[in-house]
Design a protein around this ligand. Structure first.
Ligand SMILES: [Cu+2]
Length: 337
């Protein structure tokens, strides 16, 4: 049965079992060496790694042993940005991470066997139960876990407190009806422009540009000297535990987009489906063994391997308002005539 990723505030108490097990698993992975493919820092380095930057954040020091250069070249600095591979690569990346966490969690006494990563919906409607969806969830700011030990979800190099309201706005992102964008031009596409392996580039797709990028910047924030936090830079972002609940939401919004309009569809171009040929994606399972992680391997996973608690269209009310205006238009035209 597909496991369900649930919105972190919809899970209830700050330290509901899903979030508490997430924190404990982060702590366990943090004890593993940088050369361990199932360790916290190795997983972060898959997204991005930079020796000086990591030393500046005290993630490593001059004496930390690194994997062989050939292994670093194959597995590290892989994140796909400004590319039509942005969404599928990050989906495969999240799966590797979630599988490694679940392997540790399910081996603990009394742990839930169906554990899935929570996600953070900063664009959720304000309600009595969720008065400030834009604020960083409490589990990431609490000093301690319920047992009084330090909270591994709180990291010093996170200087933001909330997402700016305009940065969480989805009304310009979800209505775009083509996945593939133009390389140069005004339509960047929902998913991004066609590229080879693209660790960095020029033009991102709509979902990457909004809300993905500004949420990174808002959450990373700035210290008194104007230096960004872990989340601000792709080379350090995945070392902040909040990265994974942000990207869970981005992955969810891809599926929301597919479902909200029958015109919205993934590319069928083999060059997208089978992934880049210039540098193949190298992601793996909970044992560290490589597994196929190209777009064709991950697009069918929603509803079979995992799903989300909410895949409804957040713009549905706005669409109805639009329809009402359309209906009023002929009358207005008569009055003006
Ligand atoms: Cu990101």
């Amino acid at each position: 049965m597909a496991r369900t990723r649930t919105e972190i505030r919809a899970l209830g108490d700050v330290w509901n079992p899903t979030t508490l097990w997430y924190a404990k698993a982060v702590q366990a992975l943090n004890t593993r060496a940088l050369t361990d493919k199932t360790g916290w820092l190795y997983l972060a380095a898959i997204h991005g790694f930079d020796t000086a930057l990591w030393q500046g954040f005290n993630l490593i020091n001059g004496g930390t042993a690194l994997p062989q250069q050939a292994e670093q070249d194959a597995y590290w600095n892989q994140c796909q940005h400004q590319s039509w591979y942005f969404l599928p690569w990050h989906r495969a990346y999240l799966l590797t991470f979630e599988d490694i966490l679940r392997a540790w969690i399910t081996a603990q006494p009394g742990a839930p066997q169906d554990w899935a990563l929570p996600y953070w919906n900063y664009s959720a409607p304000v309600s009595a139960a969720n008065p400030n969806p834009l604020a960083i969830p409490d589990a990431f700011t609490a000093q301690t876990l319920p047992d009084g030990t330090p909270n591994p979800l709180l990291v010093p190099a996170r200087f933001g407190a909330a997402v700016a309201a305009q940065d969480a706005d989805l009304s310009n992102t979800l209505p775009h009806q083509t996945f593939i964008g133009e390389q140069e031009g005004t339509n960047s596409g929902f998913g991004g422009p066609q590229t080879p392996f693209s660790h960095a580039g020029e033009d991102g797709g709509w979902l990457e540009d909004q809300p993905h990028n500004p949420v990174h910047v808002d959450v990373g924030g700035q210290d008194q000297n104007g230096n960004g936090g872990l989340m601000t830079d792709p080379r350090s972002a995945a070392a902040d535990p909040i990265f994974w609940v942000h990207h869970g939401n981005i992955d969810r919004l891809w599926e929301v987009w597919l479902r909200r309009n029958t015109a919205d569809a993934n590319p069928t171009d083999p060059a997208w489906l089978s992934g880049p040929t210039d540098q193949p994606f190298r992601l793996y399972d909970a044992t560290g063994a490589d597994r196929p992680s190209n777009p064709q391997d991950v697009i069918g996973l929603i509803g079979t391997t995992y799903t989300y608690d909410d895949l409804s269209d957040p713009l549905e009310g706005m669409t109805r308002r639009g329809n009402r205006l359309d209906r009023l238009a002929p009358q207005a035209a008569r009055i003006l005539a």
